[in-house]
Design a protein around this ligand. Structure first.
Ligand SMILES: Nc1ncnc2c1ncn2[C@@H]1O[C@H](COP(=O)(O)OP(=O)(O)OP(=O)(O)O)[C@@H](O)[C@H]1O
Ligand SMILES: [Mg+2]
Length: 307
């Protein structure tokens, strides 16, 4: 599909996305909860089935689950896997529900480039397009055959707090349009899950944050999780366990800073730099060189921590 409202529209199941999802380290709890949340949001009748089997149908608490807005927020520091998780979770969800899933990433252009009124119009059009797609998601006998994920990445610029004094009233209208649209998907029982990603959970409009079915907080890797990323990256290369332990330790040992590397520091900087370093010298990757590189590596500073 080509639409200026959305970025790259992705269809699931998609095994490549499954591989990327599996490769995310340290997020096992988040992954399981996210898939469970998505399952009950996209196919609420599964909860009814469960209640019938386990409680003979009488679970008043189910209403509290149903009343939640079908919105999940992924919040966390830079490079902690928010976008990667949101872009790939469609695969396990498709697998779990046994239906096709389509991901629509709200395009950066939908932010309206600051033109008055444009953001609201674009958000409204985008939500209408999603609604039209989702309305076709059941067969004539009510069986779900497709579910939709709407991704609002770097959501703080769209769903930013209406409390911010400098926010133009048209922007506030855009936020309202977004909240109402997401809420109406629930009321109309459309199988649409909205995922918002943000570095700054505080900047997300309280009305949005309060209603979210769940806010997941993602963090930087521990030294052990760094070790896991290194294991995967250098599998098959003759670097000893002891050397990799030391590399992980060094990457986390800069006491002048109170923080270690992000996952993206590891996978998009440290590992490729190590490969290119060896390539540039036309030499193999060896433990002693990885240790040198780790000793001089500077992790990205945490979001919002100043310079
Ligand atoms: N938990 C993780 N395990 C393994 N690799 C990860 C993990 N999180 C992120 N990465 C790697 O870092 C890259 C960047 O991650 P991603 O774009 O999802 O970060 P983000 O949280 O969206 O950051 P930003 O706030 O800057 O948008 C990914 O492509 C992936 O290679
Ligand atoms: Mg991101």
């Amino acid at each position: 599909m080509t639409s200026e409202l959305f970025g790259h529209v992705q269809e699931f199941p998609d095994p490549d996305s499954g591989v990327r999802f599996e490769a995310l380290v340290g997020l096992d709890d988040v992954k399981v909860r996210l898939i469970n949340e998505a399952t009950v949001i996209l196919q609420p009748e599964l909860l009814d089935k469960w209640a019938t089997v386990r409680h003979m149908g009488t679970v008043h608490a189910l209403q509290a689950v149903r009343d939640r807005v079908p919105l999940i927020v992924l919040a966390g520091d830079v490079g902690t896997g928010k976008t990667e998780l949101a872009e790939t979770v469609g695969h396990p969800i498709a697998h779990q529900l046994g239906v096709d899933v389509t991901l629509y990433p709200l395009s950066l252009n939908a932010r309206g480039a600051g033109l008055v009124g444009q953001m609201t119009t674009l958000i409204t059009s985008a939500l209408n397009e999603i609604r039209n797609m989702a309305a076709k998601s059941r067969t004539s006998d009510g069986q779900l055959n497709r579910a939709v994920i709407l991704l609002v990445d770097e959501a703080d610029s769209v769903a930013q707090s209406r409390e911010l004094a400098q926010m133009h009233h048209e922007d506030r209208a855009g936020v309202n349009a977004l909240i109402q649209g997401i809420d109406s998907f629930r009321k109309e029982q459309l199988p649409v899950l909205t995922i918002m990603c943000t570095n700054r959970p505080d900047a997300i409009d309280p009305a949005v944050a309060r209603r979210a079915a769940h806010v997941f907080r993602l963090g930087r890797p521990t030294a052990e999780q760094t070790r896991e990323v290194l294991n995967a990256a250098f599998a098959g290369i003759a670097v000893s366990h002891n050397d990799l332990d030391e590399v992980a330790m060094l990457l986390h040992s800069d006491n002048s800073k109170q923080y270690g590397p992000t996952y993206s520091d590891l996978r998009q900087r440290f590992v490729p730099d190590a490969v290119l370093d060896a390539f540039g010298r036309d030499a193999p990757i060896v433990g002693s060189r990885l240790i040198e590189l780790a000793a001089s590596f500077t992790p990205t500073r945490p979001f919002g921590s100043g310079s």
